[in-house]
Design a protein around this ligand. Structure first.
Ligand SMILES: Cc1cc2nc3c(=O)[nH]c(=O)nc-3n(C[C@H](O)[C@H](O)[C@H](O)COP(=O)(O)O)c2cc1C
Length: 355
């Protein structure tokens, strides 16, 4: 595992600068796990392409000397509207795992959403963190689901994000070809006897028949706000609102589930419209630059989440790497916002993005 000092990290100027060093630092299976996705990885490519094909209409002479990046997510102030998406098994990337990730997020004043499949326990991460969100993979056993949610609430988590786009694990060519296996000690929150190929273990622990009634049950079991992660259509957004959710994360799981599903950014507007003022809408998938952040905000996202960028940074330099990744995104976002002529995210408007 490479360790890099701060001076060295200053040479990383964009988050993609971490990709090649991460490939060198990780064994090929771990790199396949982090970087890969479903099928021919068309959706992975499309998540990025959806941002790069948009063009922006900057406004000028707005008369503010500096931008204010602060916003709120479910009522909590964050220093800028980027958060860290839940990713499983962070010790595949670095020994410090989720603790490094959550500490970097806390130091930067942003949200970290910790996965059910974290390699440190809910409580361990909760102690190192500042009100993280808990990403829930509902178990086929209701009591297990309820206990996970109760543990997160007791450990001071702010919200629960239920992942709804994994009734089955996507057909992930690269993971399957390289036989990615997860060591049993990496299942910090679950049955200690688990081990084996990733898709098998994930399927063993999750509910393949999750439904809207389960969402009602989860809402009733906790006083934490509930966010649904993995909505891509106005139809489902409307049902989510009817079920009283507090937030919707527009996401295709970083292209790891249904290959050829719509790019996250392309789904954003219809979900924003369907959600209206009923709940907050976030986006993840393909966010790599400050201009991506600003594009999503202009189209109605309250905030965006990033996944792979911080995992590559974690692989390269642990907590310091994640901190540098966040800092790059913050600087780029401030720069892009200012150049769009917006003093705050609220000053951005939809007509500043050409479809
Ligand atoms: C290695 C890896 C593991 C992931 N594990 C989870 C998980 O445990 N739960 C979940 O809801 N999403 C998981 N995701 C999806 C992310 O939360 C997020 O949707 C995705 O990474 C965003 O796309 P991006 O990587 O392009 O930023 C994972 C993504 C990656 C790359």
């Amino acid at each position: 595992m490479t360790t890099r000092d701060e001076a060295d990290l200053a040479d990383f100027l964009i988050v993609d600068d971490f990709v090649e060093p991460a490939r060198e630092a990780l064994d090929p299976k771990a790199f396949a796990y982090v970087s890969g996705g479903a099928g021919g990885e068309l959706t992975i490519a499309d998540n990025i392409a959806a941002f790069t094909r948009r063009r922006l209409r900057p406004r000028v002479l707005r008369g503010f000397p500096e931008v204010d990046l602060r916003t709120t997510m479910l009522g909590r102030e964050v220093s800028f509207p980027v958060a860290l998406a839940p990713t499983g098994f962070n010790r595949m990337a670095h020994d410090e795992g989720e603790v490094a990730v959550t500490r970097a997020a806390a130091a930067a004043g942003i949200v970290h959403c910790c996965s059910t499949f974290s390699t440190r326990t809910i409580e361990h991460v909760g102690e190192a963190a500042d009100r993280p969100w808990f990403q829930l993979y509902a178990s086929y056993e209701r009591s297990v689901t309820e206990s996970l949610v109760a543990r997160a609430e007791a450990a001071g988590y702010q919200a629960v994000a239920v992942t709804v786009d994994l009734p089955v694990v996507g057909y992930r060519d690269r993971e399957l070809r390289s036989h990615v296996e997860i060591p049993s000690e990496f299942f910090a929150n679950m049955n200690p006897d688990l081990h084996g190929e990733l898709a098998d273990v994930v399927m063993h622990e999750t509910d393949q028949g999750l439904s809207w009634e389960d969402i009602d049950r989860i809402r009733a079991a906790t006083s934490m706000p509930v966010v649904l992660k993995g909505i891509l259509t106005a139809e489902d957004a409307r049902i989510a609102v009817e079920h009283g959710v507090d937030g919707i994360m527009v996401s295709n799981h970083g292209g790891r589930q249904l290959d050829r599903s719509i790019a996250a950014l392309d789904a954003l507007e219809e979900v924003v419209e369907a959600a209206g003022d009923s709940c907050e809408v976030y986006l993840d998938g393909g966010v790599r630059r400050g201009v991506d952040v600003v594009t999503a905000l202009a189209l109605g996202a309250r905030a965006v989440f990033v996944g792979r960028p911080y995992l590559y940074a974690l692989a390269v330099a642990g907590e310091a790497g994640v901190a540098r990744c966040i800092e790059i995104l913050r600087e780029e976002t401030a720069n892009a916002l200012h150049l769009m002529g917006a003093a705050t995210a609220n000053d951005l408007s939809r007509d500043q993005v050409i479809p």
